[in-house]
Design a protein around this ligand. Sequence first.
Ligand SMILES: Nc1ncnc2c1ncn2[C@@H]1O[C@H](COP(=O)(O)OP(=O)(O)O)[C@@H](O)[C@H]1O
Ligand SMILES: [Mg+2]
Length: 242
Amino acid sequence: MPEIITVLSGKGGTGKTLMASNLGIRLAADGKKVLIIDGNFQSRGVDMALDLESRVIYDMVDVLRGDCRVRQALTKHHKYSNLSILEPPVFRKGGIRMVEFEVLLERVGEGFDTVIIDTSSASTDISVRMGLLSDKCMLVTTPDPVSVRSGQSLLSELKKEGLPADRCRLLVNCVRLKLADEGYLADVEDIAEAFGIPVCGVIPYDENMHVAFTNGCPVADLEDSEAGAHLSRVFHRFLLTE
Ligand SMILES: Nc1ncnc2c1ncn2[C@@H]1O[C@H](COP(=O)(O)OP(=O)(O)O)[C@@H](O)[C@H]1O
Ligand SMILES: [Mg+2]
């Protein structure tokens, strides 16, 4: 069975898809066989984050309906052939229920070292169900108070449903360093205390990362870029989660 990593947050726009796609690239660059499953059924984005949108032919619903084989629905990355993605449909084809997603996960995960599930924040119930499937959870928040509060609420649901908190690591993303220096942002220590789980990394808001992400260019394999090297260190710490 592959190791399953879920990337979660209580609020949208915190950087889950950026982290999930870059973590996939990092692991693939290290030689792991990786599958990223796009669990955002409303607005998929992993294909765009990895510049694969024109290569995706079949999706989860095609597999579930038996319209294609599992392998046909896995789209390989152009640079790392050991990295594949599985997408939901762009346009509604009747939706995907969680029970179907769980069956799909068992079928598609075979042969991979790691499966990364990128989630949506639209439904706490679905986020919790996806979180419970995982060996490790990356909980992404920004310093924004609403993001922190909704993240805390999601974590408490996850714990209530039986997810051991030691499987979770907090990633504080989009920290605007100037505002932090001027005292306009919550301290990372205070955010960590509010969540009560270890922090695997603090990522500054970085315009270059935004531009790279929106152009489908993950940076986690670029050891000579500052952002790439920093992400790699954060992912390394995250992967040490027992
Ligand atoms: N550290 C960062 N620096 C700059 N922009 C970021 C950073 N993290 C995320 N973003 C930007 O924030 C937006 C939301 O990111 P995304 O990964 O799509 O969030 P989510 O999947 O949680 O909705 C994107 O435009 C992305 O480029
Ligand atoms: Mg997303």
